[in-house]
Design a protein around this ligand. Structure first.
Ligand SMILES: Cc1ncc(COP(=O)(O)O)c(C=O)c1O
Length: 380
């Protein structure tokens, strides 16, 4: 993946001047910093960033500049990178399964907060992490509202979480709770259920928790008609935490990935062919920056421009869109409404593509040679 050194005014200026043959991800630091400010102003607790969503060092540097002081890290690689790019920031090692070597290295690098969802992993932490560190027990609920079910892989049942919380406190750790309602969670009721269950778990364990981490899951703007109501979710989290915990209200932490970074990137792909006026083939697909679409659905926040930068304004026509590889599953879900006057060589820009895009690009079939270009603004 290459990185251009020049800062362009907007994607169109770059596309017209450079005529790139490969997909381009446009990054607007100002949009990222504005989103960070929205979280910092609105969330009633500590805002941390889930590095996995987009580990680009420019992203971390801009978040740090905007005032983000904590990071959810999932691997030793991410821990070392945060130490280098945002020295002094808090790190929460919230991948609940780690090898002994990884735990030892994290301790060495100063990590003082770990999540856990099983007795076997708590035993490992008990042996390797000094007492006084924070252990956050991760629990799960069968609630809906997210794009897909996160509980299938991680999270203890409420009953098991109660036992783990009591055990962590008895081992001399600072006891906390954490959950993740599932990514792109558009239903605030999910946070309501999770927070009330957290209070029940703490009461049943007889433990006053220090912090409640309400996860990532904050939705990004994917469909034109549905703008995420972040402030409404922040308000609900604040109110329900007080209602559920009363005097024992814990400090709150959130760890958004998508909600923080998605809006600050747009992806430009080029139309390689419109086969017999039917299927559209573009130069990126599900093995590249659009990997997530089959999992969580299409993004309809698109614009199409011709080679001179003019916006196509033809009536939208539903099209099946394929990526560039020879693989049949390399197809975007459903149909995409594309202007009827679109032509081969045009650029299709997908907005809101900063999360789980750069991080998961492959070089399958020789594609995936991305540029990341910094722009002042993503529109225009
Ligand atoms: C522990 C943890 N926290 C936060 C996140 C970020 O989630 P999102 O991008 O939905 O905000 C993830 C994503 O997988 C996660 O596993």
């Amino acid at each position: 993946m290459g990185l251009s050194k020049t800062i362009f005014a907007n994607p169109t200026e770059y596309l017209v001047r450079e005529e790139p043959a490969d997909p381009v991800l446009f990054f607007a630091p100002m949009v990222l910093q504005a989103t960070a400010k929205r979280f910092l102003d609105g969330f009633p607790g500590l805002v941390t960033y889930a590095v996995k969503a987009n580990p680009d060092e420019m992203v971390i540097a801009n978040l740090a500049a905007a005032g983000i002081r904590g990071y959810d890290v999932a691997s030793v690689y991410e821990i070392e990178m945060i130490r280098r790019v945002a020295p002094g920031a808090a790190m929460h090692y919230n991948n609940p399964v780690r090898s002994k070597a990884e735990i030892a290295r994290a301790v060495e690098l100063g990590v003082q907060s770990f999540s856990v969802d099983s007795h076997s992993e708590l035993a490992k932490l008990g042996a390797l992490v000094p007492a006084g560190a924070e252990i956050s027990v991760r629990f799960k609920l069968p609630v809906k509202g997210a794009a897909y079910d996160f509980g299938a892989k991680f999270g203890a049942t409420a009953e098991k979480a109660t036992a783990l919380l009591a055990e962590a406190a008895a081992l001399g750790f600072v006891p906390s709770l954490t959950f993740h309602p599932g990514t792109q969670c558009t239903d605030p009721a999910a946070w309501d259920s999770y927070i009330r269950t957290a209070a029940t778990i703490a009461a049943d364990a007889g433990v006053k928790i220090a912090r409640l981490n309400v996860g990532g899951g904050f939705p990004a703007h994917r469909l034109t008609e549905i703008a995420p109501a972040l402030e409404g979710i922040f308000g609900l989290i604040d109110r329900v935490t007080t209602e559920a915990f009363g005097e024992d209200r814990p400090a709150l932490v959130c760890e958004p990935g998508r909600g923080l970074v998605a809006e600050s990137y747009s992806l430009a792909t080029q139309v390689r062919a419109i086969r017999d006026d039917e299927h559209v083939f573009i130069n990126d697909g599900v093995y590249g920056g659009l990997a997530e679409l089959p999992l969580i659905g299409i993004i309809d926040r698109i614009e199409v421009r011709d080679g001179a930068g003019n916006r196509r304004t033809g009536a939208p026509r539903g099209r099946i869109v394929f990526g560039p590889t020879c693989d049949s599953v390399d197809r975007l879900p459903g149909e995409l409404g594309l202007p009827a006057d679109m032509d081969e060589g045009d650029f299709i820009l997908f907005h809101g593509l900063g999360a789980y895009s750069t991080a998961t690009v492959t070089r399958f079939n020789g594609f995936g040679n991305f540029q990341i270009v910094t722009v002042m603004a993503l529109q225009g």
